[in-house]
Design a protein around this ligand. Sequence first.
Ligand code: LIP
Length: 268
Amino acid sequence: MKLPEQKRALNLATHAARAAGRLMRANQFETKQVDAASQHDIKLALDARAQNEIEEMLADAYPDIPLLGEEGVHGDPAAAIRWVVDPIDGTVNFTYGIPHACVSIALQQKAENPGEADYEDGYQTLVGVVYDPFCGEMWTAVRGEPTRLNGKEVRVSNRKKMNEAIVSIGFAKSRENLEAMLPYFNELVHRVRKIRMMGAAALALAYVATGRFDAYIERGIRLWDIAAGGLILECAGGRFEHKAVPGEHAYKMIASNGVLHRGLRAPL
Ligand code: LIP
């Protein structure tokens, strides 16, 4: 399996993200077919349709590279190279007509040296794309290069004071994560300027990378929610701390502008 040339992979991922974004925009005001729903989560038929559209475009160009996605796996997800895809991140928002959701596509490879891996499973992220079709914002990152928003370089904030910080928190989908994070929420809310809970992990990471948020914290989040956004954050000068937790490709993570990281005192 040959590693794609990274600029070519980035261009392909942005085209695939735009295709999924067009599908989201075309259905923004349409009644959504719900395939499954629980107290804190919804699965739409459009989630699977969007992932199929992305998968076809990626496989057309690179038929040998498997895809690990929120809506299923195509090929061997433990291969040396893989795409990691969340076709609609922020599905509950999208279902309710809240225009805060995005497409997240990452290219990962198994690191040659374990010390160079980003994740405990040995993978490192090479290319990341997060696309918000409602604001027309495309974040792109290639490992070792600056993050760009619609082609323009962006960087994390340099805010150093917690009482000036905007921190985003996600409560994921389970009661256990909710119970674990509420005490921290109650403590943190008094120390920062504002807390924001927006419902799309990949956008929260992109917002930290762009200096709109100063940090983002969530536990029980999945790899497809954070793989692209984590690279986008690191290439924008941010700090992306994460650790595997029980569950399929599940992580707890603290993302920040770096200078505020210790001050968060997140209990993860
Ligand atoms: C969502 C994440 C969000 C998290 C939600 C859900 P989805 O992803 O982006 O941060 O709090 O529970 O996991 O399911 O909309 O792709």
